[in-house]
Ligand binder design. Structure first.
Ligand code: DC
Length: 226
């Protein structure tokens, strides 16, 4: 399945923020030599464009206009990692027309994935919220990584302190709950595990064990065991 012209092998990794899906997705991409797309960055890029322009991320008209201008080249901006940008991203992500705009970009990249040096990749790992359900419903492997909201808030709090940012645990926990509610409660593409996804709960499972479980599934689907 990986020869020239073959359909790329697609791995969908979904789940809430700070569950460990980014770490797992990145590691899988490196292990298999696949391309990697962190789809949350697309929503963050829309949110950031609005904040930077002094506009309201919850304003559908402004958000759709911003979404039409996003390209893959916008995803390297360090500002996208900010907490206010994350909150703005979850607001624009609830707007159906914004999701529709970004769907095309994600599907195009998934159909012809490239590595950072521009070479075509034999497969792709996409991480997000709706990859296995909406963006790539025919993905070869679907994984949903989750963890309790308290554990995810604890991880995010630690990460913020390590970055030298001011953080209050109770505030981080509340922000995490707000974002979960928006991501899971929205009408379009709510965050839910695909029926055929492998669910990995990382609350009590370390990153190595999660990676091992994912590799076992991917190897089985690729029809070989290294
Ligand atoms: O994964 P992240 O924290 O960077 O995502 C930022 C926001 O974007 C998140 O609150 C939900 C939204 N998002 C989405 O709705 N669908 C995706 N595939 C990825 C992210």
């Amino acid at each position: 399945m990986t020869g020239a012209g073959a359909r790329p092998f697609v791995i969908a990794v979904d789940g809430p923020s700070a569950a460990g899906k980014g770490t797992l997705a990145r590691r899988l991409a490196a292990h298999y030599g696949f391309a990697f797309l962190e789809t949350g960055l697309l929503y963050r890029a829309v949110g950031w464009r609005l904040l930077a322009g002094g506009q309201d991320p919850a304003d559908p008209k402004a958000a759709v206009a911003a979404a039409t201008q996003i390209t893959m080249a916008d995803l390297d901006d360090a500002a996208l990692r900010r907490e206010d940008v994350a909150q703005a991203a979850s607001k624009v992500a609830a707007i159906p027309e914004v999701r529709r705009q970004l769907l095309g970009l994600q599907r195009d990249f998934a159909a012809r994935p490239t590595l950072p040096d521009g070479r075509p990749a034999p497969g792709i790992v996409l991480d997000g919220r709706d990859i296995g359900t909406v963006v790539c419903p025919d993905a070869d492997v679907k994984i949903f990584v989750t963890a309790s909201v308290e554990e995810r808030a604890r991880r995010r709090y630690k990460e913020l302190l390590e970055r030298g940012e001011n953080a209050i645990y109770s505030r981080v926990l509340q922000d995490m709950k707000d974002r979960d509610n928006r991501d899971s409660g929205r009408v379009v593409s709510p965050m839910v595990p695909a029926a055929d996804a492998l669910v990995i709960d990382s609350t009590a499972l370390d990153a190595d064990a999660a990676f091992a479980a994912a590799v076992e599934l991917v190897d089985e689907r690729r029809g070989r065991v290294d």
